[in-house]
Design a protein around this ligand. Structure first.
Ligand SMILES: C[S@@+](CC[C@H](N)C(=O)[O-])C[C@H]1O[C@@H](n2cnc3c(N)ncnc32)[C@H](O)[C@@H]1O
Length: 271
């Protein structure tokens, strides 16, 4: 398969993980070109108005994902005076849950994302919730160094976001999160996991999936389609691979939890 054929087949016929294997055998210049073009498609995916609409209006209405957002927001448990960064904040859905589930004021929050369309939506959605909160939005690709001093952040979150970086970028990004967190600061990381649901689809989870379909059929089917797209556009890592990268970056893993019927894992870690 040549470069042109690969790019035509990505992501519908050839998902990211398979494409990355094929690209390994290309000559260096074509390899560079292939990843550059794939990156453009990935960025286009997040910046697409349809995508921004889905993520701001539909995604959290699905009982399965709504519960995930609430649990994560409670786990972060912000305290007055803390600096919290949200890596890949998108349209601000997680931050909205964070600010409504916890009424803490005097927080400093920074949301970073490379979709300007998503950031604009985040500003609109959070405008009424940020009294007493110093909130900033930064448009930046998370593969680049984070714009914070060493040891300056209390808590970092990346919910279904930095995991979409490719392996070496993700490793660098984890090292960056470790660098900016204060000693003992926490990192809350959530991601779709390769093979997660197959191992963890318990009768209880299956019941939850069925009740989600019954309560919000349209939104649940849209969410399943969205998940399928994410799994084809972006790398998929197993839980073991992710934990390995986190330990390598210097984190101590405190807790791992499966949510969304076992398809997502949340890893809470200490810097
Ligand atoms: C599934 S959304 C999650 C949004 C948010 N974390 C939440 O849970 O509400 C993923 C977000 O990550 C952002 N993202 C993905 N890769 C990125 C990168 N390399 N640099 C910056 N943002 C990125 C996308 O633009 C998108 O807004």
């Amino acid at each position: 398969m040549n470069l042109q054929e690969l790019l035509e087949a990505f992501p519908e016929e050839i998902p990211f993980n398979e494409a990355a294997e094929i690209i390994k055998d290309f000559p260096e210049e074509e390899r560079r070109k292939a990843f550059e073009e794939i990156r453009k498609k990935q960025h286009g995916f997040w910046d697409d108005p349809e995508q921004v609409h889905y993520y701001s209006e539909v995604h959290h209405r699905v009982p399965l994902t709504g519960q995930h957002f609430r649990e994560l927001a409670r786990a972060v448990d912000p305290k007055p005076g803390e600096t919290i960064i949200d890596l890949g904040c998108g349209v601000g859905t997680f931050l909205k849950f964070l600010l409504t589930e916890n009424k803490t004021q005097q927080l400093k929050i920074v949301g970073i994302d490379y979709s300007d369309r998503a950031l604009k939506k985040a500003k609109e959605r959070l405008a009424g919730l940020t009294q007493g909160i110093d909130i900033k939005y930064i448009s930046q690709d998370l593969k680049s160094p984070l714009p914070f001093e060493d040891n300056s952040v209390d808590k970092a979150i990346s919910n279904w976001a930095i995991v979409y970086l490719s392996r070496n970028e993700l490793k660098n990004s984890l090292r960056e999160v470790k660098r900016v967190l204060k000693e003992g600061g926490k990192f809350f990381f959530s991601a779709l996991i390769r093979g997660g649901a197959r191992k963890h689809l318990s009768p209880e989870n299956l019941g939850f999936l069925i009740s989600s379909v019954l309560q919000e059929p349209g939104a649940t089917f849209k969410a399943l389609r969205f998940e399928k797209k994410c799994r084809s556009y972006f790398p998929e890592y197993s839980l073991e691979e992710l934990k390995g990268m986190m330990k390598e970056a210097g984190f101590e893993i405190l807790e791992t939890k499966y949510t969304v019927v076992g398809k997502t894992a949340t890893i809470i870690q200490k810097a």
